[in-house]
Design a protein around this ligand. Structure first.
Ligand code: ADP
Length: 500
């Protein structure tokens, strides 16, 4: 199960999903842990406390103040300062707030917590009015934050004790404070669990279902054509070469299907060629064997009694044996080609001499066919690295073909010239030519243009050009053919001077 395309896809989807969910979860947690908590409620609580205090304190002082009438602010302050600490300590204990007296310029007069000593100053930071007022600080309520020496942050609401005497900056304001709310880890997890866990889990579940469906769909679109291909491959293996697969699925699979079909075609063609080859070989072996058998029997039985007849019979036997020998040589060459090791014995080579030698050896045959064989080989042709025997085989084969396929009275030319870093050798005839549909295939193994056309002593196995191409390419060269039916053919071989 873990090995199918489908399960692998599903696994990868699930992995991506889990990673994503974990990431989202992590981001949400981080968001929850760092988000500032709302302070409005605390501020309004503090304001309520402060106003209460003012009301109570105002009522308490009301009578006294009326009596004192013009008594100065200083005197009232002294009176208050004596009375207030006790009252504030009580207040802070009762209402759970920190109560302080701090001048608007930050000098501390009293702190119910005791951490801010009287006389020290504290930074009250930005002071934000709670109720919009005019230019006067009359009855101003303001809020802000301060940090005490322990580093804890406090929210506060404050009001001047003597709004009318605001010129005296050293007069304290009444300040009530509460700690800035802090997010505890447990709280963060509680909010996360209550708000986000469920939707996240639901989203994960839905995504899982989609992922499963997708992995089935995608895997199937790949696996189905692959399964078909493996069935077809097995059929081909068991000998049914007509198997082809439908081109479908993703592009890569389509490419594979195309390649598969090409391969099937090639295998079928090769099979056909092998079959043809076997038929050709048996046919081509039988012809000389039959005549060898016939003529040797004639000699043995004394039928060819006169010496001339016996000599002729022996000559035929020798020719046929030579033919058999050539065929076996070609087959061996082919076997080596197929095995992929055509060994070259390379040495500096006078290609001009080699070509002249090949021309020489085929001049008799050309005369027999009543053809003119013309050689145009420049005397100063440079030497190149190559296997002389193999290259002689190539040009012999090309000249031999040209002679075979050119009717009497024709012209066969063998020419050579130096061209772009190599030597170009051209074998041209004025023979029957090669039809365009065959031209591209004559270099294939066993390919013969018209099998019925050459069923005579001269016919080969359709291997000559295939072997020639292998040899030329092993030298790092190229071989090409062009032809016009009825006018003749041209074979062009290019060999590099330096070799490969
Ligand atoms: P073969 O041994 O049958 O000649 P080759 O590989 O040498 O095989 O040639 C392949 C086919 O190409 C031959 O069957 C022949 O019909 C064709 N061919 C080769 N050379 C020529 C040529 N010069 N003119 C016409 N046909 C040619």
């Amino acid at each position: 199960m873990g090995n199918t395309l489908r399960s692998r896809l599903l696994l990868s989807y699930v992995a991506v999903l889990l990673i994503l969910l974990a990431l989202v979860g992590f981001v949400l947690l981080a968001f929850l842990a760092t988000r500032p908590l709302p302070t409005d409620e605390i501020i309004s609580d503090l304001t309520a406390v402060l106003l209460d205090v003012r009301a109570v304190e105002g009522a308490r002082q009301g009578t006294g103040m009326q009596q004192q009438g013009g008594v100065g602010v200083r005197a009232r302050l002294t009176a208050l300062q004596e009375m207030l600490p006790d009252y504030l300590a009580q207040l802070s204990a009762q209402r759970g707030v920190r109560a302080l007296l701090i001048s608007a310029n930050g000098v501390v007069h009293y702190d119910s917590e005791g951490t801010l000593a009287a006389g020290t100053s504290v930074d009250l930071g930005e002071q934000i009015p709670l109720v919009p007022t005019g230019r006067m600080r009359l009855n101003t309520l303001y809020q802000g934050r301060f940090r005490d020496p322990d580093g804890n942050e406090w929210l506060f609401v404050a009001q001047p004790l003597f709004p009318m005497a605001e010129m005296h900056l050293d007069l304290p304001d009444l300040v009530v404070a509460a700690p800035v709310p802090r997010q505890t880890l447990r709280e963060v997890f509680r909010v996360f669990g209550g708000t986000f866990l469920r939707p996240l889990a639901q989203a994960g579940l839905i995504a899982l279902v989609i992922a499963a469906a997708l992995s089935v769909l995608i895997a199937d679109s790949v696996a189905r054509p692959l399964r078909r291909m493996s069935v077809a491959a097995r059929r081909i293996a068991s000998g049914d070469y007509r198997q082809r697969v439908r081109v479908e699925g993703p592009r890569e699979v389509q490419a594979l299907a195309h390649a598969f079909n090409d391969m099937a075609e090639q295998v079928a063609a090769t099979q056909q060629a092998q079959r043809d080859f076997l038929a050709n070989v048996s046919h081509d072996l039988r012809t000389p064997l039959t005549s060898i058998q016939g003529f040797s029997q004639a000699i043995a039985e004394g039928v060819a009694s006169d010496p001339e007849a016996a000599r002729r019979a022996a000559q035929i036997i020798r020719d046929e044996t030579a033919r058999l020998h050539r065929m076996v040589e070609s087959l061996l060459d082919l076997a080596r080609l197929e095995a992929g090791h055509l060994e070259l014995r390379r040495q500096p080579l006078a290609l001009g001499d080699l070509l002249r030698g090949v021309g020489e050896s085929l001049s008799v045959k050309a005369r027999e066919h009543q053809l003119e064989l013309r050689l145009t080989i420049p005397p100063d042709l440079p030497r190149l690295m190559g296997d002389g025997d193999r290259l002689a085989q190539v040009f012999t084969n090309l000249l031999d073909n040209a002679i075979k396929h050119t009717p009497p009275g024709g012209l066969v030319t063998l020419s050579a010239a130096v061209t772009n870093g190599g030597v170009t050798v051209i074998v041209r005839d004025t023979g029957e030519g090669i039809p365009p549909e065959d031209l591209s295939r004559i270099f294939e193994r066993f390919y013969q243009v018209d099998k019925s056309r050459h069923r005579d002593h001269q016919s080969g196995l359709g291997l000559g050009l295939a072997i020639a191409r292998q040899i030329v390419e092993a030298h790092g060269g190229t071989i090409k053919a062009s032809s016009t039916v009825g006018q003749g053919s041209t074979f062009t071989v290019w060999l590099p001077l330096r070799g490969r």
